[in-house]
Design a protein around this ligand. Structure first.
Ligand code: BDR
Ligand code: CA
Length: 309
């Protein structure tokens, strides 16, 4: 089984992604680390614990990481989509869990990497601050990382303040660090792919009927579904992080093209834009997942998450 570290900012679609990972026999979830993102770190860290408890997997180690981006003092948040609690105003429906707060994301990630005898996949579902810090602080552990699969970026339209996609916009310097390093293969799952793969109302209803835990998960997405309907006039949700997780559990599920990616780290209106090229001296490129058989990806994620009942 592929050992996996999930770095995440739950987040409605993060919750679906974690549920998918926990019900995929090809992988072993070795740790779930939290980053600030859709809501504050205090909330994302507590949501990680709640999601693990909902799935009956409090045995999976979890720890909080960065509370803010590398450079900017203030973290970008997205409560309009995810609710002020990060779980669609439904966090209270999840089992509450006390954390001893003794561990940090960085030490937990390093320990998993050090102990693993097989290459570890890092699934990045939020701003890439924790992952960039890991690369900066523990260069000796990069050979232990088999690949990074990160949801982020857009070659077309952004979804945050114009040009940027949320995860990249939240910390462009961290994204730059992750996407420009030549040692670890990176698969980037951008909006261009995820926006073409909406889960419709019927998909949600089917998951709802799978059992009470699945029903809680689907209720988490109600606000998200309403906002999507208001914005796009379609009864659907785009579960970005869940789609990226399909690539983690089933490598090659998304068709990717290698290309160099530049992250705009200027402080102006282009901040956070991800664009193709130019080829760097090191020849670093990223596998950009631009296409998927959306029907298969959605059917397969539904089948797996439904096992949570
Ligand atoms: C990404 O931003 C967050 O709001 C989602 O959880 C996802 O990771 C989509 O742009
Ligand atoms: Ca996320």
């Amino acid at each position: 089984r592929i050992p996996v570290i999930i770095d995440t900012d739950p987040g409605v679609d993060d919750a679906f992604a974690i549920a998918l990972a926990l019900h995929s026999p090809e992988i072993e979830v070795c740790a779930v680390t939290a980053t600030y993102g859709n809501v504050s770190l205090a909330k994302t860290a507590s949501n990680v614990q709640r999601i693990l408890a909902l799935a009956g997997r409090t045995d999976v180690p979890a720890a909080p990481g960065a509370a803010r981006p590398l450079i900017h003092e203030q973290a970008e948040v997205a409560p309009d989509w995810h609710g002020a609690d990060g779980l669609g105003l439904r966090a209270h429906e999840y089992p509450a869990v006390e954390s001893d707060g003794a561990r940090t994301a960085l030490s937990m990630m390093a320990e998993v990497l050090r102990r693993s005898s097989t290459p570890v996949t890092i699934a990045g579902l939020g701003p890439m601050t924790n992952i960039a810090l890991l690369l900066a602080v523990h260069p000796e552990l990069t050979p232990k990382v088999g690949r990074i699969v990160a949801m982020g970026g857009s070659l077309g339209l952004g979804n945050t303040r114009g040009a940027g996609e949320f995860n990249v916009y939240a910390d462009p310097e961290a994204a730059h660090r992750v996407l420009s390093q030549p040692e670890i293969p990176v698969t980037l799952v951008p909006l261009d792919m995820t926006m073409n793969c909406p889960a419709d109302g019927e998909w949600l209803e089917q998951l709802y009927s799978a059992g009470p835990r699945c029903a809680t998960l689907v209720r988490t997405a109600r606000l998200y579904r309403e906002v999507f309907y208001e914005k796009y006039g379609q009864d659907a949700v785009v579960l970005h992080d869940m789609l990226a997780m399909m690539e983690v559990v089933s490598p090659g599920a998304l068709a990717a093209t290698p290309q160099p990616i530049t992250v705009d780290c200027t402080m102006g209106p282009e901040r956070g834009r991800t664009s193709p090229g130019p080829r760097s001296a090191a020849g670093t490129s990223v596998d950009v997942a631009l296409e998927a058989d959306s029907k298969t990806v959605l059917t397969e994620s539904l089948r797996r998450i439904s096992c949570m009942h």
